[in-house]
Design a protein around this ligand. Structure first.
Ligand SMILES: [Fe+2]
Ligand SMILES: [Fe+2]
Length: 184
């Protein structure tokens, strides 16, 4: 899939070229899925905004992110999602589903609507990701036909990776996983 600029980032974005390319690939994948799933224009627009916002301040200085998102589970690497959601809210974004998609994109969220779930998958499955385990090769192609099954597969990989590293799981991640009720 070609990486082309299909969306504009917010004016307050602080993002380098590599991250910008990732964001464009996430948006392109969401656009591809939206088309394949015949999702209506207003919902696809929500997906587009979530993609544009989610990593918009990932390359911002740590002090700035701490100022904007002082809580963020106390983990600097997870601060860019809550910070982007807060900046988007200040900038006029009023769609709580989009804001939740952005806020929790690194950790999962049990009460996501479709935009949060789609962003969670696209962020992980976009083709530029390095170090992708071989088993996710066909997952991106399965999303349109079976989004629930693909979400379970992606969550299993993302949550399982954290477990394998010995990282404690955040309450939001545990609640998200439990709410999925994936088959064994
Ligand atoms: Fe991120
Ligand atoms: Fe991302």
């Amino acid at each position: 899939m070609p990486t082309r600029d299909i969306l504009a980032l917010p004016a307050w974005a602080r993002i380098g070229d590599a991250r910008r390319a990732h964001v464009q690939r996430v948006a392109a994948l969401l656009s591809e899925w939206g088309g394949a799933m015949a999702v209506d224009r207003s919902e696809q627009e929500r997906w587009r905004r979530a993609a544009a916002l989610h990593d918009a301040v990932k390359d911002a200085p740590r002090a700035f992110l701490r100022e904007i998102a002082p809580d963020a589970w106390g983990l600097d690497k997870l601060r860019h999602g809550p910070a982007a959601a807060e900046l988007a809210r200040r900038d006029g974004e009023r769609d709580e589903g989009v804001l939740d998609a952005v806020r929790y994109h690194s950790v999962g969220y049990a009460r996501w609507d479709r935009v949060g779930r789609m962003l969670y998958m696209a962020d992980y499955l976009e083709p530029g990701r390095r170090h992708r385990p071989a088993e996710i090769g066909g997952l991106a192609d399965s999303v349109a036909a079976d989004p629930d099954g693909a979400l379970c597969a992606v969550a299993r990989l993302r949550v399982g990776h954290n477990v394998s590293l010995g990282h404690p799981l955040l309450p939001e991640t545990v609640a998200f996983w439990n709410a999925l009720a994936c088959d064994e």
